[in-house]
Design a binder for this molecule. Structure first.
Ligand code: NDP
Length: 290
């Protein structure tokens, strides 16, 4: 079943236009069709991008149907990122470590999985927000799928260290252990923590990768957590969250995750089409429509 899209004869589209889609449950809220349609307009590529609402037990069947109808690629959203990771024939190195697939490319008979979240976050922080990551003290809040996806790309930027704090401490510890040697990343750079275990330390970059903002809450943080010139990044987008308000009230610069959303989409577009679209106009377009 597809929702929110005009239906056309699939055979006709397959002949004329390369087809892509975002698959999830729910998926009606997704901004991916708007973003990719804008990228295609900007680069002159002829693509059709739709939404696929898959039944919770029907992910693989919907993916096979889309591929068999000539589909070229998929973006994966909740709750299918792990199932996608287990379904593809090949994984790129970031997806392998993230244990979640955000983007699938159908290449010949192969189904190749990528994780584009971390690249999207790093590009938004470095390029759009002009905040260096190298040498920074980073606090990563949350140890779910999004935190898994962004940790390796953050570590590759050579921060001073990354502290992972999570409501369920064991998940933060498992995530930390996952990146221990022999993965080539020094363990002294990562540690796990619970929210009641902060001393007087401060962070230059605090990333909220929890879903708390979705229900209008935030995990409790000490008042002194932000260093001077700190950036507070909430992955949730489209509203000023309690975390952003807290950060602003304590002297930090705060942003939502809209830039990450568009940057990770741009990486998908590059994987599929070999062209990097401009992201700034698309971020501005979406921001204006919020
Ligand atoms: P998951 O469900 O996998 O993980 C949720 C995390 O949030 C867990 O670590 C959970 O802790 C924590 N959490 C939830 N509620 C609370 C709370 N009240 N207090 C403290 N911690 C809490 O979600 P994802 O990792 O996939 O996504 C996280 C967020 O990131 C979502 O809001 C999502 O929309 C956003 N996101 C944005 C993207 C973008 O492009 N801007 C891309 C990907 C995600 P515990 O382990 O204890 O349950």
């Amino acid at each position: 079943m597809q929702d929110g899209v005009a239906r056309s004869d699939p055979a006709t589209i397959a002949r004329m236009t390369d087809r892509y889609a975002v698959i999830g449950n729910p998926v009606a809220h997704s901004k991916s069709p708007q973003i990719h349609t804008e990228f295609a307009r900007q680069t002159g590529h002829d693509i059709a991008y739709t939404k696929i609402h898959a039944p919770l037990d029907g992910f693989k069947a919907e993916v096979a149907k889309f591929r068999d109808a000539g589909g070229k690629g998929l973006n994966i959203t909740v709750p299918f990122k792990l199932e996608a990771w287990n379904s593809v024939n090949q994984l790129d190195s970031l997806a392998l470590d993230a244990e979640a697939v955000k983007t699938i490319a159908f290449r010949g008979g192969e189904m190749v999985g990528f994780n584009t979240d971390g690249i999207g976050l790093v590009r938004d922080i470095k390029d759009n927000l002009q905040h260096s990551i190298k040498g920074q003290r980073i606090l990563l809040m949350g140890a779910g799928g999004a935190a898994h996806g962004v940790l390796k790309p953050l570590l590759l930027e050579q921060p001073e260290h990354v502290v992972i704090v999570n409501r369920t401490l064991e998940k933060a510890q498992r995530l930390t252990a996952h990146f221990e040697a022999p993965r080539g990343l020094a363990t002294r750079h990562i540690s796990a923590r619970s929210y009641d275990d902060f001393g007087s330390e401060q962070f230059d970059l605090v990333i909220n990768a929890t879903s708390a903002s979705l229900d209008g809450s935030m995990p409790a943080l000490p008042d002194h957590i932000f260093a001077g010139d700190a950036l507070a990044y909430d992955m949730v987008y489209g509203k000023t969250t309690p975390f952003m308000q807290f950060a602003q009230a304590h002297g930090a610069r705060a942003t939502d995750g809209l830039g990450m959303l568009v940057e990770q989409a741009a990486e998908s577009f590059f994987i599929w089409r070999g062209v990097r679209p401009q992201t700034a106009p698309v971020i501005a377009l979406l921001r204006a429509a919020l």
